[in-house]
Design a binder for this molecule. Structure first.
Ligand code: NAP
Length: 195
């Protein structure tokens, strides 16, 4: 049987348990073999909005986040390709390396709502089944003509923006991110004000 591979991309600056819970729920609901947490090298829609943490640090944090979690893996595919990260290219590379693979692209509600602004989004539609993680009872409005599959899952009110703010304010992030990610952030002095 062909592999059913989930692709959950993100800036992951930093990754947190909301990302992991969404991925685990989708993997369970759809019976996916694995989900790759694909770390964006240069997320072009976020460039210029703030200083991003280097991709190598974001990858290390995602590796720490999924360590020991069955079926979730960190992927460096966009970092190894370099340059601006376009999902259409990532899906093409993944499919070329695994003939017959079935790709499932997983998006949160906000990312899904902006999907038609993505570079070559029609190519994305052609290459993967699209899965949006919706809050139960609050389905997001999605572009018409895109064949979405919705998975209702509770969304924790955790955001990377708030986590960065917390670290900068010396507030705790324990239990909002896995312990290995807390250790990495502390040891590398990430998100400290003035860095
Ligand atoms: P991000 O902020 O790190 O978020 C990663 C994913 O996690 C998003 O789908 C996000 O959905 C979801 N998420 C965030 N907080 C969550 C929570 N508490 N519970 C459940 N899910 C949560 O990454 P991003 O910068 O939005 O990028 C997402 C992906 O889209 C990346 O792979 C990026 O390369 C891709 N993208 C591609 C293009 C293109 O042109 N190809 C353009 C834009 C983005 P929400 O958005 O709902 O928070």
């Amino acid at each position: 049987m062909s592999e059913r591979l989930g692709v959950f991309g993100g800036t992951f600056d930093p990754p947190h348990v909301g990302h992991l819970i969404a991925a685990a729920d989708v993997r369970h609901e759809l019976g996916l073999d694995r989900i790759l947490m694909v770390v964006a090298n240069e997320p072009w829609q976020k460039l210029g909005s703030r200083d991003l943490t280097p991709a190598s640090d974001r990858l290390a944090m995602v590796r720490a986040a999924v360590a020991g979690v069955d079926g979730l893996e960190a992927s460096a595919i966009e970092i190894e390709r370099g340059g601006t990260s376009y999902t259409a290219d990532t899906l093409a590379d993944l499919a070329a390396a695994r003939p017959g693979v079935q790709l499932y692209l997983i998006l949160g509600a906000d990312a899904a709502a902006g999907f038609t602004t993505w570079e070559r989004y029609e190519d994305v539609v052609a290459q993967a089944r699209l899965v949006v993680v919706d809050r139960p009872g609050a389905p997001v409005t999605l572009a018409e003509g895109v064949p979405w599959q919705r998975i209702a899952a509770p969304r924790l009110e955790i955001s990377s923006t708030d986590l960065r703010r917390r670290v900068g304010a010396d507030a705790p992030i324990d239990f909002l991110v896995p312990a290995g990610v807390v250790t990495y952030i502390t040891e590398h002095g990430l998100y400290r004000v003035g860095r």
